[in-house]
Design a protein around this ligand. Sequence first.
Ligand SMILES: Nc1ncnc2c1ncn2[C@@H]1O[C@H](COP(=O)(O)OP(=O)(O)OP(=O)(O)O)[C@@H](O)[C@H]1O
Length: 450
Amino acid sequence: MVESYIKIWDDVLQNIREKVGPLRFNLWFKNTRLESLDHDYANIVVPNVFTQVWLQENFSSVLREGIGKLINNKDLNIKFSILKSDERENGLSTTNISLPDKKTEINKKPLQVNRVLKLEDFIVGPNNRLAYTASLEMVNDKHPAFNPLFIHGPVGVGKTHILQGVWNRVKEEQNINAVYMTAEKWTNEFIYSLQKGKMEAFRQKFRNVDMFLIDDVHFLSNKQGVQEEFLHTFNALYELSKKIIFASDAHPKMIAQLKENLASRFMSGMITKIDKPEYAMRLLILRSKAAKFDVHFSEDVLEFIAEKFDDNVREVESALTTLSAHAKFNEKKIDLQLANEVLGEFFYNEGKVIKVNEIEEEILTYFNISRSELHSNKKMKSISFPRQVCMYLIKILLNWSYQQIGNYFNSKKHSTVMFAIKKVKEQIDSDKQFKLFVEMLIERIKKQKR
Ligand SMILES: Nc1ncnc2c1ncn2[C@@H]1O[C@H](COP(=O)(O)OP(=O)(O)OP(=O)(O)O)[C@@H](O)[C@H]1O
């Protein structure tokens, strides 16, 4: 980099670091540089397209202002270049991918589809038919043949979709008091009410519902006092024949440290598992999800995604989002070639197994912390947050049990690991930039295996 660019870039970065704080700064600006600058254009090199998208969306004006001020051009155009994948390590040269500059009209619609989960958008197939049909019976039948309904299955297969879909349906069609919440939220309300001496109101609230939909009940694992109160709520509703639906990552028998009487209540109605969807199902789901995007995905692209992304539906959706983001920002048509280019880095040779230290390496690099800090008990956010992300990645890439992950991280409790993974999941769902960041980490880890 020409020396004057280094100086300009240092000044701009210093300004940004003050604004965003060291954690986010390290996440997004660490491996960037000002590659070239003339009166009209500044070209900034970034390590990957996710950083590019994030900087474009959040920092274009700050960058324009910061650099523009130094060269007296407030209308400066900012362009980004991405290091070619095979050159990332030694940073030899760059591939230019121009983002639309500020004068170009770009489609301002959000890249992600809106997350209102409705039963009518749920695709029914062999992996989920029983769970879906049983849920409909809960909706439509005044006195369903079973109660409670307990739905379990691996991550991202549609458990939440069904519960929220049921909740939305009964809210629209029936004048009943239906409550949907996660077991974690229920636990927090319980603890709060206990601390504030408001248990009577708490009990009233939950014992007066007509339909009780609790997601992620595995969260109750290992929380004896909370389970006791949950059992009381369950019993009260059950005796009044109120409809109860639970969703969980695991069968009641497999939820660690779950009181026997609570486990047996969970198993007293219908238990049904949702499995990972097969290819034909994935394709059907993809078609339906793709139709909600404002870009066109051709059938061969959808088939390509359905074939390559075989783990869970969340991954499949994320492939669509990523592809549509690339197409928009680079103003390209979505075809098989683009899908291969963009998504090729997401999958890897199955024979090559990802190792836990490879996941760790990415975390250490991106968050700039040491391995001993990652494995420590330090609670400051700059250490605990990367640790949580690491736990999440180990869960989804290696599918370790919560206990295994806890043991690996200096004997952390099963519930601590569950909480960490839950937090990361929530942030992925609510923060698009963070979602892109996590996808980028996954992409980098998987790419090493190709
Ligand atoms: N059969 C389906 N039809 C339509 N969308 C689906 C289907 N299955 C899953 N999805 C979609 O996949 C995404 C993940 O599903 P959901 O959040 O319901 O998974 P989950 O099983 O609750 O996962 P977790 O255990 O991680 O909470 C959602 O956007 C959901 O709409």
